[in-house]
Structures are given as structure tokens and as C-alpha cells.
Write a protein that binds this ligand. Structure first.
Ligand code: DGL
Length: 211
């Protein structure tokens, strides 16, 4: 089975690795859309145009399953992409809010791009899953994915976005780029558990392939 995976850059490789761990024999195409990075500060319309062009290319290469390895693109575009390309199967990654609210964490921080934080989908995930005794803070982190992509000023950008944010017992890495700097984020929240949606994506892709 040919599987297409894309992101604005290297963040999605964390998903690609997770999928390859459970499905090592499939054939993968990975598109890192450096030209349009960062996605996190683009409008929904811009994202839809960009991601449609990528999906068309992956389809031409024979991909039958498309993994949207980007929270920003998933939360803003995946439903439109499903309608536009009904012959393809889509699996997306979204902030692991559901997973975080299932733990006994009381204070949950969701770090993501501005585009993911303001999306309807992220806010719906919060409303659907938040328990009465849980506090969930959505934190937009402008510039962080770009700093990680370019490996430039990552520590300083991280310090700036997390300044004064407070203490949390669970941190949701709601951008695939952030999984690449897990260790650095953990230092700011030494006691917190850090969660992302990568394993859930791998599980879903496996189910589709086995079908
Ligand atoms: N890695 C992407 C995400 O998960 C996009 C980062 C960006 O390009 O802003 O949201």
C-alpha cells in the first residue's frame, strides 16, 4: 500500500516514524512543504489551497492513504479534503486533548500553532472532553514551529512563549514540530506528562491498511 504523509516541514517525520514502526513494509512518500512553512499563521483558505495541491501530488504518485501529519492542517482542512477527494482515505493528527483529559491531570496545557488554537475543531475537542475538575489552557505559540524547523533560537522562542504560563501536570504537544523538542519542553514542566497524537495516528493507519 502506498501511503502519503505531509507536513510543512520536519515535524511530520515524528508521525512517519510512528507509522513505520507499526507498518514497516508499506511504501511511503513524505512531503515537507518548506516553501509554505509555517502553516500555523496562514488562513484556512490558504491552508486549503496549499494542502489540496499536496494531496493532488500524492494521489498522482499512487497514494491511497493520506496522513495529514500536521495539527494545523488537520484541524482546519481535513473535512474539506475528505469531501474533495472521496476516493482517498485521510488520517489526521489533532491535539491530544481527549487523551490528556482521560488522565488524572487537573491542569492541562495545550501548546499549538495560532491556527490550531483558533480552529473550531480544537475548541470543540475542549468542550467535548473537559471534565468538571479540569482546567485546560490553550496556548498559541507563534514562531515556535518555525524556530524548530530552522533550528534557530529554539530555546529563546520557547522561553518567550512559555513566559509566565504557570504550572501544569499534563502538556499536550499540539504541533508535530514540538515532539522534536520534547526534552526541552519537559525541562519547563519537570513533573508533567507530555502527550501527543502520534501513536493514535499510527494505530488508525494500521487499521485502514488491514481493512
Ligand atoms: N507541524 C505543524 C503542526 O503540527 C505545522 C507547523 C507550522 O508550519 O506552523 O501544526
Amino acid at each position: 500500500m502506498k501511503i502519503g504523509v505531509f507536513d510543512s516541514g520536519k515535524g511530520g517525520t515524528t508521525i512517519l516514524e510512528a507509522v513505520k514502526r507499526v507498518l514497516p513494509e508499506e511504501k511511503y512518500f513524505y512531503i515537507a512543504d518548506f516553501e509554505n512553512c509555517p502553516y500555523g499563521e496562514k488562513t484556512k483558505q490558504e491552508l486549503l489551497e496549499i494542502t489540496s495541491a499536496i494531496v493532488s501530488r500524492l494521489r498522482k504518485w499512487g497514494a491511497k492513504i493520506i496522513v495529514v501529519a500536521c495539527n494545523t492542517a488537520t484541524t482546519n482542512c481535513i473535512e474539506d479534503l475528505r469531501q474533495k477527494y472521496p476516493e482517498l482515505k485521510f488520517v489526521g493528527v489533532e491535539p491530544a486533548i481527549k487523551l490528556a483529559t482521560k488522565t488524572d491531570a487537573r491542569r492541562i496545557l495545550v501548546m499549538a500553532t495560532p491556527g490550531t488554537i483558533k480552529s473550531e475543531r480544537t475548541n470543540a475537542l475542549l468542550e467535548e472532553n473537559q471534565k468538571i475538575d479540569q482546567e485546560i489552557k490553550l496556548l498559541a505559540c507563534p514562531g515556535l514551529a518555525e524556530a524548530i524547523e530552522e533550528n534557530d533560537d529554539v530555546e529563546m522562542t520557547l522561553r518567550n512563549v512559555l513566559r509566565g504560563v504557570g504550572d501544569f501536570d499534563c502538556v499536550v504537544l499540539g504541533c508535530t514540530h514540538y515532539s522534536l523538542i520534547k526534552d526541552k519542553i519537559q525541562k519547563f514542566f519537570p513533573k508533567a506528562s507530555l502527550v501527543d497524537g502520534n501513536e493514535a495516528v499510527a494505530k488508525r493507519v494500521k487499521q485502514l491498511v488491514e481493512k
